[in-house]
Design a protein around this ligand. Structure first.
Ligand code: FAD
Length: 393
């Protein structure tokens, strides 16, 4: 049997390799980078992703390093008051799974090790997919180094700047949001006692916010500072100038500025997404994760969605046994409204976090009156386990 080819070895590509292999398909995965590596720092895991971790057989490994915070807390970055708080201890009772945070390198490593333990997954680094040709029986991929590889299908998990997408969808460049994320991880014991809490805290301010939460059993703190700027073009994972960050956070609370001032080395990301759309499948080729539906990170769901995609894709291959094109079409049809909703709502949440003036007052008044159960219920559309044909777990 020709293997299913995967372009990209991020969280989405490795998740897909694992899901497909566990469903009985041999896989050959090409990663452009010289080694498997996950850039960035923390990642939030909603209850919706835990069923996927179970299905992929990596839950135990992921939970070993993850932290379960007590609450999500939103505070005003300008005046300091608490805007709202969602306790997280009720998540397992309501959604059957917890809310957790982890280092993305730890999540990526758990997936990688699980892939490496399976003889039917061939992982190749420093192998960049250049182009592909599809026919009725399969797909031939040409790599940058000139090699041509034959597979039964191709999954483009090659991220925001996906080349596979350029052939399948051909819709040009992603939307540059003008939102810049500065990220850092610092040892917990270098921070003041008052901020060493086991919670996800979001300081919301006009056109900016700061999020921090503990990682690696509470040994380090993850910080993400976001502000609006048209100063940056398309940078990704580069060293960020702290002075520029401080200037944007000039008018924020001393607690916020104190936290920012303790970090010397920041990396920055220019945040991009796309309008949701159909059409990311063509015959035996489909897209997955950020290649299919890149989203702003304000719902903390991009990687969660990629892992849902991975499990759904493998399930559709089982349901449509032998008919890859039908399985891929079913996969897209099952995923497009859910991922499109998250893409859309992520932008809305960004507006809510970054509100200023009267809009900020309206937000605070609206959120102040909410009880925690209603807050939790308001997220059921996202955190409830998604259902699709063939989900055996
Ligand atoms: P990527 O991680 O981009 O992986 C693509 C891979 O493909 C890369 O390894 C790349 O080298 C490789 N590649 C590219 N081109 C080729 C080629 N031609 N041939 C071969 N290989 C190629 N998500 C969450 O779920 N929770 C969060 O809390 C969260 N927080 C975030 C915070 C920030 C600031 C940002 C920017 C994102 C956040 N996300 C979060 C989103 C999440 O990081 C992404 O959605 C997720 O990592 C996408 O995974 P992916 O595998 O689809 O793409």
């Amino acid at each position: 049997m020709d293997p299913i080819l995967i372009a990209g070895g991020g969280i989405g590509g490795l998740g897909a390799a694992l899901a497909l292999s566990r469903a009985g398909h041999p896989v050959r995965l090409f990663e452009r980078a010289a080694e498997f590596r996950e850039a960035g720092a923390g990642i939030q895991l909603g209850p919706n992703v835990f069923h996927m971790l179970d299905r992929l057989g990596v839950r135990e490994a992921v939970e070993r390093d993850a932290v379960r915070p007590d609450a999500l807390v939103m505070r005003c970055a300008v005046h300091g008051h608490e805007i709202t708080r969602v306790p997280l201890d009720g998540m397992p009772a309501r959604f059957g799974n917890p809310y957790a945070v982890t280092h993305r390198a730890d999540l990526h490593r758990s997936l990688l090790e699980a892939c490496q333990s399976r003889p039917d997954i061939l992982l190749e680094t420093a192998r960049s997919v250049a182009v592909f040709i599809e026919d009725a029986q399969g797909v031939t991929v040409r790599l940058e180094d000139g090699d041509c590889i034959r597979g039964s299908a191709l999954v483009g998990a090659d991220g925001l700047w996906s080349r596979t997408r350029q052939v399948v969808v051909g819709d040009g460049r992603p939307v540059v949001s003008g939102h810049i994320a500065y990220r850092a991880v610092v040892p917990m014991d270098s921070l003041p006692e008052a901020v060493r809490e086991n919670r996800v805290t979001l300081w919301a301010g006009p056109r900016l916010h700061l999020v921090h939460y503990p990682l690696r059993r509470g040994e380090v703190m993850n910080l993400v500072a976001v502000f609006h700027s048209d100063h940056y073009a398309e940078g990704w994972d580069q060293a960020g100038d702290p002075k520029l960050l401080w200037r944007h956070f000039d008018a924020t609370r001393p607690e916020v500025r104190d936290l920012l001032s303790r970090i010397e080395t920041w990396r920055y990301w220019v945040l991009c997404d796309r309008e949701p759309r159909r059409g990311w499948t063509r015959g035996r080729v489909t897209l997955l994760g950020d290649a299919a539906h890149p989203m702003l990170q304000y719902l903390a769901q991009g990687a969660n969605m990629a892992l849902e995609d991975a499990v759904c894709l493998a399930d559709q291959l089982r349901v449509h046994a032998g008919d890859v094109a039908a399985a891929f079409a079913a996969y897209e049809a099952l995923r497009v409204l859910r991922t499109g909703r998250v893409q859309t709502m992520a932008r809305v949440f960004g507006e809510i976090y970054h509100a200023g003036g009267v809009r900020a007052e309206l937000r605070d008044a609206w959120l102040a009156g909410r009880d925690p159960e209603a807050a939790r219920e308001g997220m059921a559309w996202l955190y409830d386990r998604p259902r699709w044909p063939g989900d055996a777990g």
